[in-house]
Ligand binder design. Structure first.
Ligand code: MOS
Length: 701
């Protein structure tokens, strides 16, 4: 790759400028329309019927009462619903047979003239079941646990380097601790919703999705259609955090209902049904063993995970993967075991793997620092590897030490009395904690088109998705920089499967993947413009590009973003309440392309990590087989008042081994390490080591 990404002239607009979101005004004035806010003429409404047993078979569906209600036009069941072809995701095989793999699995769908009528009809559908014994509880010793070949992300399930057992037995200082993370739920503000319309062999869908190219592809496969006969629009999306990364039941059910009834159909999932229908972060039981010399340098590291999946699909939260690259560890064992239970199918949730895995690893490093009486910032610095431990590849860039240093400086880490429970303000005990963060750098093939129009403007077309991040704005900045034109001359079209197909907004790789294709198309357009004489033709000049080859080539370097999170907490010695007083993160994530929207993503991730630390979590109730906390009344997330002071900073990182923009992903790293920083601060405040999230009162008093 050329070391100078924009060799043909100085950029007209600096990448990194804090431009405001292009659609911000539409969003705050309520004119931006989301998937459920499109209402075609004669639109019907659908409401799903969720299974009330944790395992078994549907023996009968009596829809007579529902169909007799006013305004009800259909009840779909496994007996009359359109047949679907199989896809790679068995969770989308909806209403195809009588099996109930978990509570909350959809067994029928009511369709009516109004939302109210659909809801009443769904309640009036009578489903009979042959229930079977269900098993929904993960334990570290569950007899069904097995070692999967690969885990989420395609990583090997188990890795051994050196001789862990011998090194651990010989280590002068050792730690052996088990940490748990409960099931966590994505709960984006906008529930999963779709409005589908099947007319004359064409299917048009407005869907709340992180990537409509993939939704289009899967709907084509499910309904045996040509993808060219389907348009999926995801113009504005109110968050997803992984749960909208692949098509979810709502969009398939809406498409089935419009095919069955011949009417446009709108379906928005009730909040309480989302935990069972759209994926969750699976619970993990994580044993970490560390062995070190008196100097704090690790000689042995083991991170072993037990987690659950469903009987529908194997999804293994790859929580031991970050331990393979974080620290010096000549003797290492990282392993996952999984048990299929009668639970909803887990899936991606912001920083799958890293978020829970780094809670355990970074808590363990803090515990080791206490055992060794070494400052936890210093201990991490002593364990910096020269190359990626698991692969021996050079890092493309690694500025964890820089993040720790700058974070310690900005936060006011020193002087710090390492003793726990010594800072007091009345009834409050105060403490500070630190943890490291990391997230891998990925890129996926994308395509884009750039056009110069006769009026002197530019138009970029790419099926990127804005899930609240400001994708339109940053892509305009990338295009403007590549074209060396002012950003306001660039129009950006995203959010439709009719546009050149591109990577979904996920894996912290949206901007890198889309931006690379946009950059390439813009550079090709510049070449065309340079070679063109005279005025532009009426249709303008267009250049298209894709990055299949670049994405397939990969990199000889180990590419990861790094960060350090610092937290100060107060614990109330009377009530047991823990509050975070302030949090500060410093990240090294390549070039930051828009300082305003990037800061918001870092802060958003850190806030989600604060939720994970203090309040988020659900329990599987064996009495009825589903998550007990299924709405925002029971599943608590942080409000503004929970986060009085939160700061995100970054290091200007020059990394020539990434993409033409020099950027790493930023969507997920903010959540990584944050829960550990808070738990470590709670230990410092109180002397109580809580190894089971969240840090609720019952674990502290
Ligand atoms: Mo994110 S969990 O990769 O959408």
């Amino acid at each position: 790759m050329s070391p100078d990404p924009f060799p043909l002239g100085p950029p007209a607009y600096p990448l990194g400028a804090p431009l405001v979101r292009r659609e911000g005004r539409e969003k705050v004035t309520g004119t931006a329309r989301y998937a459920a806010e499109h209402t075609p003429l004669d639109c019907a409404y659908a409401w799903p019927v969720a299974a009330t047993v944790a395992r078994g078979r549907v023996t009968a569906v009596d829809a007579t009462g529902a169909l007799a209600l006013p305004g009800v036009c259909a009840v779909l069941t496994h007996e009359n619903a359109p047949r679907l072809a199989a896809t790679g995701d068995p969770a989308l095989a909806l209403l195809q047979d009588d099996r109930v793999p978990h509570r909350g699995w959809y067994v029928a769908l009511a369709v009516a003239d109004s939302l109210e009528a659909a809801r009443a009809a769904a309640a009036a559908v009578h489903v009979s079941y042959a229930a079977e014994d269900a098993d929904v509880l993960l334990t570290a010793g569950h007899p069904g646990l097995y070692a999967p070949e690969t885990v989420n992300g395609g990583y090997p399930g188990t890795r051994e380097r050196g001789d862990f057992d011998t090194a651990f037995a010989a280590a002068p200082v050792t730690l052996d601790a088990t940490y748990t993370v409960p099931p966590l739920h994505n709960h984006p503000m906008e529930p999963h919703a779709a409005t589908a319309h099947w007319t004359g062999g064409r299917l048009t869908v407005h869907d709340s999705s992180q990537g409509s190219s993939k939704v289009c592809e899967d709907l084509a496969a499910l309904f045996s259609l040509d993808p060219g006969d389907i348009t999926v629009v995801s113009e504005h999306v109110g968050g997803g955090f992984g749960s909208k990364g692949t098509p979810r039941p709502h969009v398939v059910l809406a498409a089935m209902a419009t095919r069955h009834t011949g009417r446009p159909v709108k379906l928005s999932l009730p909040r309480r049904e989302m935990p069972a229908a759209v994926g969750h972060r699976a619970p993990t039981v994580q044993r970490v063993r560390l062995g070190a010399g008196g100097d704090g340098v690790l000689t042995a590291l083991a991170h072993e995970i037990a987690t659950h999946t469903s009987t529908v699909n194997e999804f293994v939260e790859q929580a031991a993967v970050p331990a393979r690259m974080m620290y010096t560890s000549p003797n290492s064992r990282t392993a996952h075991r999984v048990v299929p239970l009668d639970v909803p199918t887990p899936s991606w949730m912001r920083a799958p793997g890293e978020a829970p895995g780094m809670f355990a690893l970074e808590s363990a490093v803090d515990e080791l620092a206490v055992l060794l009486d070494i400052d936890p910032v210093e201990l991490r610095m002593r364990n910096e590897p020269d190359t990626e431990p698991d692969s021996d590849r050079a890092f493309s860039s690694r500025h964890l030490i820089g993040c720790l240093r700058e974070g310690a400086e900005r936060f006011g880490w020193r002087p710090r009395d390492p003793r726990p429970g010594v800072r007091r303000e009345g009834d409050l005990l105060l403490g500070t904690g630190v943890a490291a963060a990391t997230y891998p750098v990925y890129v996926a093939p994308s395509s884009a088109e750039a056009r110069a129009t006769a009026d002197g403007g530019f138009r970029i077309r790419v099926n990127a998705t804005d899930i609240g991040t400001g994708a339109r704005t940053v892509l305009a900045q990338i295009a403007a920089a590549a074209l060396t034109v002012p950003e306001d001359r660039v129009r950006v079209d995203i959010g439709s499967s009719d546009l050149p197909p591109a990577m979904l907004a996920g894996g912290s790789m949206g901007t890198a993947s889309w931006g690379w294709a946009v950059h390439k198309a813009c550079m090709a357009l510049r070449a065309r413009l340079r070679d063109h004489d005279g005025p532009l033709p009426a249709e303008g000049l267009t250049a298209a590009a894709d990055t299949r080859q670049e994405a397939a080539e990969g990199s000889p370097y180990a590419r990861h973003a790094f960060g350090a999170t610092f937290a100060e907490v107060q614990a109330d010695t009377v009530s047991g309440e823990v509050r975070v007083r302030r949090m500060l993160g410093v990240y090294a994530a390549g070039r930051i392309l828009n300082s305003r929207t990037a800061r918001s993503q870092f802060i958003g991730g850190m806030t989600m990590g604060l939720g994970m630390a203090l309040m988020e979590g659900s329990r599987l109730d064996p009495a009825f087989g589903d998550f007990a906390e299924r709405d925002l009344a029971a599943y608590h997330v942080p409000a503004c008042a929970d986060v009085p002071r939160i700061e995100a900073h970054w290091i200007d990182e020059e990394d020539p081994h990434l993409n033409p923009m020099g950027s790493k992903g930023i969507g997920e790293i903010g959540i990584v390490g944050t829960a550990a920083a808070v738990a470590n601060a709670l230990w410092h405040a109180t002397g109580i080591r809580v190894r089971d999230l969240p840090l609720t009162v019952d674990k502290i008093l």
